[in-house]
Design a protein around this ligand. Structure first.
Ligand SMILES: Cc1cc2nc3c(=O)[nH]c(=O)nc-3n(C[C@H](O)[C@H](O)[C@H](O)COP(=O)(O)O)c2cc1C
Length: 263
């Protein structure tokens, strides 16, 4: 019998989502393929799966939903009957309607969802929140989930619907954490533009950011080598961190939902 093929597909501006996806695959015995769909350049090539492929697709939670460029990320992706696991990675607040969004687009794109996972990674806008996660405990739980998901994928198990509920509020566009650049510190290296998942940073002027395109993912600030780029003013970042550390301080554990079988 030929070996199973497991594809790890992820959109991970600050790296936490990718870490969770790799942890899920840690103890799986299969041929592994990585598909980092974070940048527009990485999304140029078409990604067409088939019925024998297994796909763990992992995305970060923004405002209790999927990132608003989700359709764009999936543009060149086709499931063609591949079984998939939906993975929402969040910063220990809530994942709310994120798995509902991911379920809807996965089905629309021809995947067969078998399982859903919600797991925590460091909060990309407030790194003091969920710092160090996924940690060793998370990784062990996620690795066990990965094996259970692969076992379910060998059956006719199907996830009928995704867990969660849409939030009543909407993430404000841009607002107080929109990235700003200190021109004194910027050395025009272009690192920010090369990691931007939304092509929002001008190649002609790395200090300019397109407010319509920017998804406020924080990758430009995280990977800026001189600290010239920051997410909003320091007091705005402090306010968010303080709010999250008080309102969402209880540690949330990884969760797994497995679909039932028709038999
Ligand atoms: C714009 C934005 C909105 C976010 N909204 C939420 C949220 O609603 N709930 C939550 O728990 N974490 C939220 N987070 C935190 C991310 O979901 C979390 O840090 C995730 O691991 C980021 O993925 P990445 O490291 O792969 O970029 C948000 C982060 C950003 C940048």
């Amino acid at each position: 019998m030929s070996r199973e093929r497991l594809h790890l597909l992820f959109f991970s501006p600050c790296g936490g989502t990718a870490e969770v996806n790799r942890a899920l695959a840690r103890d799986v015995d299969a041929d592994l393929f990585l598909h980092d769909c974070t940048t527009p350049a990485a999304r140029q090539a078409s990604l067409h799966f088939g019925p024998e492929d297994r796909v763990f697709m992992a995305f970060p939670v923004y405002g209790g939903r999927m990132p608003r460029n989700l359709d764009e990320v999936f543009r060149n992706i086709a499931g063609n009957g591949a079984r998939c696991a939906l993975v929402a990675v969040y910063g220990n607040r809530e994942f709310e309607g994120a798995l509902l969004d991911l379920f809807a687009i996965a089905v629309k794109k021809g995947f067969l969802p078998v399982a859903a996972v919600a797991a925590v990674a460091q909060h990309s806008l407030a790194p003091q929140v969920a710092a160090g996660r996924p940690d060793a405990e998370d990784r062990n739980q996620l690795a066990a989930f990965g094996r259970r998901i692969m076992a379910a994928m060998r059956t006719d198990a199907r996830l009928e619907r995704a867990p969660g509920a849409y939030p009543e509020w909407k993430l404000p566009r841009g607002a107080s954490l929109f990235p700003v650049t200190d021109r004194e510190k910027c050395v025009a290296c272009g690192q920010c533009a090369s990691v931007c998942p939304a092509a929002a940073i001008s190649e002609a002027d790395f200090t300019a950011t397109d407010e319509e395109r920017c998804i406020v993912c924080a990758a430009c600030a995280k990977y800026c080598p001189t600290g010239a780029r920051q997410m909003g003013a320091p007091e705005n970042r402090e306010k968010l961190a303080h709010h999250l550390l008080t309102a969402a301080s209880r540690r949330k554990e990884p969760e797994l939902w497995l679909g039932g079988t028709a038999r």
